[in-house]
Design a protein around this ligand. Structure first.
Ligand SMILES: Nc1ncnc2c1ncn2[C@@H]1O[C@H](COP(=O)(O)OP(=O)(O)OP(=O)(O)O)[C@@H](O)[C@H]1O
Length: 340
């Protein structure tokens, strides 16, 4: 019975999250009224250009916002049904690395250059488990093998600078899964790598996800990456979710003009490479964010006069497919159309 109840609770549940930064004495929201859930064992892609609030959102989940500058000022973050708001730093440290772990774009900044790879993985194990030095060493070699590093016995004695970028990212993944977390937050894990290595790392993430039955939040500016491995996708613009659905229906019929533009900028094999920069204009800074209407209106090729006045609501335009855009009736009323 207990197991049944437990499995009904989403792994991660975010409700109306608002995270703000203090600029010139005033707070501005970098994450604005964001709500979503992550189910056990699923991969959720979070996509959007630079400055859309993807990283701030994940730092909010981990309670790792820069002290003094950023704070969660509304909403809640529940992990396995428990609100983390009142967790102390000590309690959060128990969760970080063990239940939720994180990998970043550039492993060189997360790996400590003065310690060996083995030492760093073993430290994660010692932090969370009572384990002998010998067992920790065995375990770290096993972990390195599990992420496709064949020379694991040698690599444990090497330093980060002795490895290639792809190898360092594998090491980061080994560290992140060392305690078999229930949730892995991967923030642009392949951006710094060349295309072939990118594909290998994505494949590896998918493998470790299924072996460990972890959930993953994969943050990226690249919808192509989402198509590769995600189950669901959430498109963010200027701190808000503008579209959310399962991957298949998003790619089959993207609804938000922003999502369509992101899709047009996925590099195609036979067409000269275009980058995300091809969307006209830039994400406004927090201080310059439009205060009324849709935040994307001034860059939107489909903008109508009411778009700068009326705020669209994220609502179901089709079953399981939500969008926040006044082109859809559901976003005007806030009620799903219940199309089946
Ligand atoms: N420490 C900070 N102080 C003030 N503003 C910040 C700080 N960190 C982030 N921001 C602002 O919050 C907004 C969201 O930034 P965030 O880094 O989450 O975007 P992102 O979508 O993750 O982009 P990127 O892909 O470049 O990391 C941006 O306007 C950014 O300038």
């Amino acid at each position: 019975m207990e197991h049944y109840l437990h499995s009904k609770v989403p792994l991660l549940e975010i409700k109306n999250l608002e995270t703000a930064f203090k600029i010139d004495g005033n707070y501005y929201n970098a994450v604005d009224q964001v709500s979503f859930t992550v189910e056990r064992g699923k991969i959720l892609g979070v996509v959007g250009e630079s400055g859309c609030g993807k990283s701030v959102m994940s730092l909010s989940i981990m309670k790792l916002l820069p002290k003094g500058a950023g704070r969660i000022r509304g909403g809640e973050v529940k992990f396995e049904g428990k609100n983390i708001e009142h967790y102390s730093e000590k309690e959060m440290n128990k969760i970080r690395g063990k239940d939720i772990s994180m990998i970043f774009q550039e492993p060189m900044t997360s790996l400590n250059p003065v310690f060996t790879i083995g030492y760093q993985i073993e430290e994660v194990l010692h932090n969370h488990f009572k384990i002998t030095k010998e067992d920790a060493r065995k375990q770290s070699i096993k972990l390195l093998r599990s992420v496709g590093i064949s020379r694991a016995e040698q690599i444990v004695n090497e330093y980060p600078h002795q490895l290639s970028g792809g190898m360092r990212q594998r090491v980061m993944i080994a560290m992140a899964i060392a305690c078999q977390p229930k949730l892995l937050i991967a923030d642009e894990p392949t951006t710094a790598l060349d295309v072939t290595v990118q594909a290998q790392i994505l494949e590896l993430l998918k493998d470790v996800q299924s072996v460990n039955d972890m959930a993953i939040i994969l943050i990226t500016h690249d919808l192509g990456v989402v198509a590769e491995i995600c189950d669901e996708v959430m498109v963010m613009y200027a701190g808000e979710i503008v579209e959310r659905s399962d991957v298949r229906s998003l790619f089959k019929a993207p609804k938000h003009p922003y999502t369509r533009l992101l899709m047009d900028s996925i590099p195609k094999m036979d067409v000269e490479e275009e980058k995300l920069g091809s969307i006209k204009g830039i994400v406004p800074s927090l201080k310059d964010m439009p205060r009324t209407g849709c935040k994307f209106a001034n860059r939107c090729p489909k903008a109508m006069p009411e778009c700068t006045e009326l705020k669209p609501v994220l609502a179901e335009a089709e079953k399981g497919h939500e969008v926040s855009c006044l082109l859809y009736e559901s976003s005007k009323t806030g009620e799903g159309t219940n199309v089946t």
